[in-house]
Write a protein that binds this ligand. Sequence first.
Ligand code: FAD
Length: 271
Amino acid sequence: MKTALSTLEMRRATSVAEALEILRDEPRMPIAGATDVYVGLNFGTLPELRYLDIWALDELRTITVNEDVLVLGALATYTMMVASALVQERLPMMIEAARQVGGPQIQNRGTIGGNIANGSPAGDSLPVLAACDAVVVLQSAGAERRVKFTEFYTGYRKTVMRRDELVVAVEVPRVSGRQWFRKVGTRAAQAISKVVVAGVRGEGARIAVGSIAPTVIRLTATERALATGSLDEAMVALRGEVNPIDDIRSTADYRKRVTENLVRRFWTETA
Ligand SMILES: Cc1cc2nc3c(=O)[nH]c(=O)nc-3n(C[C@H](O)[C@H](O)[C@H](O)COP(=O)(O)OP(=O)(O)OC[C@H]3O[C@@H](n4cnc5c(N)ncnc54)[C@H](O)[C@@H]3O)c2cc1C
């Protein structure tokens, strides 16, 4: 049942410092673009009664390069990333991912910080960040810490982020090698991924897959097999490390087959 908005209490922060003080003093759920939060409210699945609107924090609405690291501010939207020459130059697979998120309205409001913090295993930016060894920057009042993206999730929609912390940015070191991204969903737009794969082929391969496990995963055994140059061995390794689930969007068998097909295509198309 829909959550009655009259039961909710909202505060609006006007600076990151203010937002972090509010979160230090009382637990509240941050709202950025609200594209995930509204879905939860609409289905009545969010237990939260107190919210903190962070949309006005322009300090987090940035895309920069700092000491050769691409820094995506948490409030960078998909539309901003698609339009960014820096993202185009350094992380074209993120542009591919961003173009396929929802439709234009979702791309205008949805943020990278929201995709990361929401932690859906089907989040389309997550395999990109996992494949390029990104780092999540978390801030609380008076402290900052950096967490490897591959260590950020601890289970289905569970992360190491504390309630007094915000994701303020995600850092992407320079990626060398060819980048590749594919999303398989029910249709071309407004589709949640059934399988989503991002890969980088440089000296070896770095491959991450979403929507097939409780969290986005790196295919480390497959990567090791590909490093020896054998696609057949990589397929054996892949079958050993991928164990998808059946759910309302797809079956485990379908996901397994599609993951294999996508990894094959990644390897042949980036040769
Ligand atoms: C119609 C529709 C289509 C969609 N299609 C796709 C799709 O194709 N691919 C895809 O990946 N997603 C899709 N989404 C999901 C959603 O748009 C994305 O996950 C988006 O990136 C969420 O960002 P947001 O700013 O709107 O997050 P919000 O809804 O504001 O927040 C989401 C969660 O993250 C937390 N949060 C947000 N920002 C921060 C922060 N800076 N620090 C700490 N916590 C934070 C919130 O507390 C909340 O738990 C779709 C959603 C809708 C409604």
